[in-house]
Design a protein around this ligand. Structure first.
Ligand code: SF4
Length: 209
C-alpha cells in the first residue's frame, strides 16, 4: 500500500522513509535515472518537494501503531544523509512518542561525512541500530566505475572512513554488494574489506528488471 507524495511506505514488514531525491553518485544501475516500471521505486518516489521534518513526522503517524513494523528504514530515492539532521530529529521525536519503537536503519552510500562537511557518526549513536552501506565494488577502480561519485576518488575514501567511524558508534554496520558479475574471489575480497572496517558483508541477489 502506498500513498501520494510518498514520504513513508510499507515494504516487507518494514516502514521505509523517503526524504530526498538528491544524491552525489550516479550509479550505473540507479533507478533514479534508469526508470523501473512496476517497481515500488517507480515514479511515486519522486518527491514534488523535499518534505519538512514536521511533514515527515506527520507521515509516520498516518500508519497507526508503528510498533507493528520490524524496522524503520531511512533510504530515499536518493541519498538520505543529505537530511541527516532531520533524520536524527525524527528519530528523537519517534522515541519520545512511541514506546517500543522498532529498530532503525539507514541505507546509505557512505558519503554522509563528505556531504555534511563533518563527522556525523556520533549523531548516529543511540539513534540508529543499523547502518547499511553500498560497497558496490571489490576495489576502488570498480567502485568508481559503478557508482561514479561526483567527488571521484574522495568518494571511495570517504565511504571507507565513514564505515569505520560508524562501526564505532552503531551496533550493526553492514556493507552490501550485489552478486551479479562477482566471482567468489571478488566476494571474499569485499568480505575482508568490510571486516577490516568493523562491518559485516551482506551479499544481495541480483533481481533483473
Ligand atoms: S547511491 Fe543510491 S541513489 Fe545514489 S546514484 Fe547510487 S543507487 Fe542511486
Amino acid at each position: 500500500m502506498k500513498k501520494a507524495m510518498t514520504i513513508t511506505y510499507e515494504y516487507e514488514g518494514a516502514l521505509y522513509v523517503n526524504l530526498t531525491n538528491r544524491c552525489d553518485c550516479a550509479c550505473v544501475f540507479c533507478l533514479r535515472h534508469n526508470g523501473h516500471d512496476g517497481s515500488i521505486y517507480a515514479d511515486d518516489l519522486w518527491l514534488e518537494h523535499e518534505p519538512s521534518r514536521e511533514e515527515a513526522l506527520e507521515s509516520f503517524f498516518t500508519w497507526g501503531d508503528l510498533t507493528k513494523y520490524r524496522e524503520i528504514v531511512f533510504c530515499g530515492f536518493g541519498e538520505p544523509s543529505y537530511r541527516m539532521d532531520d533524520i536524527c530529529w525524527l528519530i528523537d521525536q519517534l522515541h519520545a512518542k512511541v514506546p517500543g519503537l522498532p529498530p532503525t536503519r539507514i541505507n546509505t552510500n557512505g558519503h554522509a561525512n563528505l556531504i555534511n562537511g563533518r563527522d556525523v557518526t556520533p549523531d548516529l549513536h543511540g539513534r540508529m541500530d543499523t547502518v547499511s552501506i553500498s560497497l558496490n565494488g571489490a576495489d576502488e577502480e570498480e567502485y568508481l566505475a559503478v557508482t561514479r561519485p561526483q567527488s571521484g576518488k574522495a568518494g571511495w575514501d570517504a565511504m571507507l572512513d565513514f564505515t569505520r567511524k560508524a562501526a564505532a558508534q552503531v551496533p550493526h554496520v553492514v556493507m552490501t554488494i550485489v552478486d551479479k558479475d562477482k566471482t567468489p574471489e571478488d566476494i571474499e575480497k569485499c568480505r575482508a574489506l568490510a571486516e577490516s572496517l568493523g562491518a559485516t558483508l551482506r551479499v544481495r541477489a541480483y533481481i533483473p528488471d
